[in-house]
Design a protein around this ligand. Sequence first.
Ligand code: UTP
Length: 291
Amino acid sequence: MNKRVRKAVFPAAGQGTRFLPATKVIPKEMLALVDKPIIQYGVEEAIASGIEHIIFVTGRGKSAMEDHFDISYELDATLEKKGKTDLLEMSRRISSMARISYVRQKEPLGLGHAVLCAQDLVGDEPFAVILPDDVIDAEVPCLKQMIDVFNQRGGSVLATQTVEGPAISAYGVLAGSQDPVNPRIYNCTGMIEKPKFEQAPSNQAIIGRYVLTPRVFELLEQTKPGAIGEIQLTDGIKSLLKEEKVFGYTFEGKRFDAGDKFGMLQATVEFALKRADIGPKFREYLTDLKF
Ligand code: UTP
């Protein structure tokens, strides 16, 4: 088995119902955060973490994503004719970012099933999973931090964040204990998907970044659909836990749920404020707003 994490799977076949009507025709992953589709943030994070091959799991109506990462001859020719060299360079950079493959998930049968659709393209090697809705602002890319832990510890790594109170019920939650050597690492003994607040085994919530060993594919194949008829990724990882080490990892950085209206608004404000081109003007605008 190749031990290096070279491939990243982007499950993007979901229907994005939380963002209707915007997502009736436009894939959720193509909604703009400031001026870049949210999926591009994840792709840039993967590349900055050393990933060489991106695998998109897509579904019906997602072809805008494929076009976005492809060469646009018409656009490039127009930009060239108009002498817009900066924009031309940006357009060409997007289409040459990484090796990209696509696989279709014919029915949205759950996140675990979406990951399983990438099995043939990943093969027998460890791989990353990036949920494009989760946009992470970090000095060291979140996935890079996780790959470092994977390389040191040799077990699957799940990104986590601490969530206090009833909000924990929206997440997969880890059971286990903090690592005595590295307080960012959580030695995982179990996990439960979307528990009731009173039944949550900890405040460690799984968010949308995973580094997994390929054994999870075989276990996902054996996983039965859960209560809402979906194959959950956490059920596959729960089975993996019986055979291999699995770690939670509290990454350094800030995560935004851009698949949710409120999260998208938060991300828009914070990313815009950080931008050199529009940040100062936007800050002035916000400061002058009367609530
Ligand atoms: P979500 O829970 O955000 O679902 O999926 P969704 O359909 O995309 O959005 P809402 O909740 O209806 O607004 C988490 C991730 O898993 C992918 C989604 O594309 C998203 O990246 N996914 C989910 C699949 O690829 N296939 C599935 O069957 C389910």
